[in-house]
Design a protein around this ligand. Structure first.
Ligand code: 6PG
Length: 501
């Protein structure tokens, strides 16, 4: 029989998505330029799902792949973002792909590339995209999926996507997980929802990653504060993270951070984390989110700071020099450990609310610009399981959008506002403690400035407008005349006349 779907690219993500699809009863044809990868995937399928031999068929080339698929064909691309996507599409065209065949890009592509590709391939193939979150294990046993593009293509893909997606228990909102090959979770709500027109899914995934960067950096700042202010060991910090993971800071990232901190280095016997070089890598999605926030004019300082923190970490030689030249803080008096840890937990929670508020507001403002109608309740719901930022917290975000689908900022939600009101004093204490100790905490700190910024009915932008008008005649609006009416003060004339423009 012909296969239901073709998978091109059998790296970590492609292979595991293919095996997941096989687990769910579909027949897969698979191809990779590297034949060893094809063989590895085929033999893994044969061992893991022995009852269903031939469910994953390896192909030697693209022509063979196209011939083994039922029509209209479904093709899942799992190749690096950028030119490889175009390379594969062009190869598919040469091999005779047809106009109603659907090509699904599952990489971390830049959303504007996706929009351009949909247009470029129109009439030649249906270019569809579905962002995927969840890393290797997610891909294998249930990722979070953010499909977008032609609605007709989505109808065709939906059964497979809903089957392979992570599942959430509708009663508790918690992930339903079973890491058993051949035995996928079939019950529960799938973490796959149609996001919108071409590009929308990749944009939403990009913002997911921006939030991911900030969430990760917040945890890293907590680690640095606990080690440097309280002098705790990696294992002691792991214990605290593990405890926090039982409470409102519960998240996959908190859980794995505790595990990373607890790991011993097989070579030196020291905590592994102390042997890992402190230079962070990045592939671009966090940076794109920060850039987009600047372009849209949506304040997202915590996400941007997380990207800067990675950049600063890469300036290791400069940091090494400056560490010997620039003074730090004077020694602090006795810090009461329990109180500091309690404040830090509150501060992290507040900062986390702000970073999600930034991400969701950015999606809303950008969607408005693009004319997309995004369902934020659905987006929060498919981030509850499978993806890297999964956390019980997402259930509260979902409830916030359930109560008010058009919520422009999460800080307006009563439950989040009251959580912030309750914890803001602890957050301030923690930030001042960090500043006095000379330990950088850019995400925790910038989130507090964001919070305080939004609390200010009046900001000093009045002076700023005055400055702009002074040197550049850029004009200003007045507080006592209708919005949109522009004024300019003739700063250089002795009389300084006010002119209505
Ligand atoms: C996910 C991850 C995944 C990946 C990113 C981030 O949701 O599964 O976000 O897409 O880890 O590429 O990676 P960088 O930290 O390298 O930018």
């Amino acid at each position: 029989a012909l296969a239901d779907i073709g998978v091109i690219g059998l790296g970590v993500m492609g292979k595991n998505l293919a095996l997941n699809i096989v687990d769910n009863g579909y027949r897969v044809a698979a191809f990779d330029l590297d034949q060893a990868k094809v063989e590895a995937a085929v033999s893994q399928a044969a061992t893991e799902v022995p009852g269903r031999a031939q469910v994953l068929v390896g192909c030697n080339n693209i022509t063979e792949l196209l011939a083994s698929l039922s029509k209209p064909r479904l093709l899942l691309l799992s190749v690096p973002a950028g030119s490889p996507v175009d390379g594969v599409c062009d190869a598919l065209l040469q091999a005779g792909i047809e106009a109603d065949d659907i090509v699904i890009d599952t990489g971390n592509s830049l959303w504007t590339d996706t929009v351009a590709r949909e247009r470029h391939y129109q009439g030649k193939l249906v270019f569809f995209s579905s962002a995927v979150s969840g890393g290797e294990v997610g891909a294998r046993f249930g990722p979070s999926l953010m499909p977008s593009g032609s609605e007709a293509a989505w109808q065709r893909l939906a059964p497979i996507w809903r089957a392979i997606a992570a599942k959430v228990d509708p009663q508790t909102g918690l992930p339903l997980v079973r890491l058993e090959p051949g035995n996928p979770v079939r019950e529960g709500e799938p973490c796959a929802a149609y996001i919108g027109p071409a590009g929308a899914g990749h944009y939403v995934k990009m913002v997911h990653n921006g939030i991911e960067y900030a969430d990760m950096q917040l945890i890293c700042e907590a680690y640095q504060l606990l080690s440097q202010v309280l002098g705790l060991s990696a294992t002691e910090v792991a214990d605290i993270f593990q405890r926090w993971n039982q409470g409102k800071l519960n998240s996959y990232l908190m859980e794995i951070s505790a595990e990373v901190l607890r790991q011993q280095d097989p070579l030196s016997g020291k905590p592994l984390v102390e042997m890992i070089l402190d230079k962070a890598g990045q592939k671009g999605t966090g940076l794109w989110t920060a850039v987009s926030s600047l372009q849209v004019g949506c304040p997202a300082p915590t996400i941007a700071e997380a990207v800067y923190a990675r950049a600063l970490s890469n300036q290791k030689p400069l940091r090494q020099t400056l560490a010997t030249r620039l003074k730090g803080a004077e020694p602090m008096g006795q810090v009461e450990a329990e109180a500091f840890i309690a404040d830090l937990e509150q501060a992290l929670y507040c900062a986390k609310i702000c970073c999600y508020a930034q991400g969701f507001q950015l999606m809303a403002m950008h969607a408005k610009e693009q004319g997309w109608t995004l369902d934020f309740r659905a987006i929060a719901s498919i981030w509850r399981a499978g993806c890297i930022i999964r956390a019980t917290f997402l259930q509260s975000i979902m409830s916030a959008f359930e109560a008010e689908p058009q919520l422009s900022n999460l800080l307006l939600d009563e439950r989040f506002a009251s959580a912030l009101n309750q914890s803001q004093q602890a957050w301030r204490r923690l930030v001042s403690g960090a500043v006095l100790a000379g330990v950088p905490a850019p995400c925790i700190t910038s989130a507090l400035a964001y919070y305080d910024g939004y609390r200010c009915e009046t900001l000093p932008a009045n002076l700023l407008q005055g400055q702009r008008d002074y040197f550049g005649a850029h004009s200003f609006e007045r507080t006592d005349t209708p919005a949109g009416e522009k004024y300019h003060l003739n700063w250089s004339s002795p009389k300084r006349e006010l002119v209505k423009l």
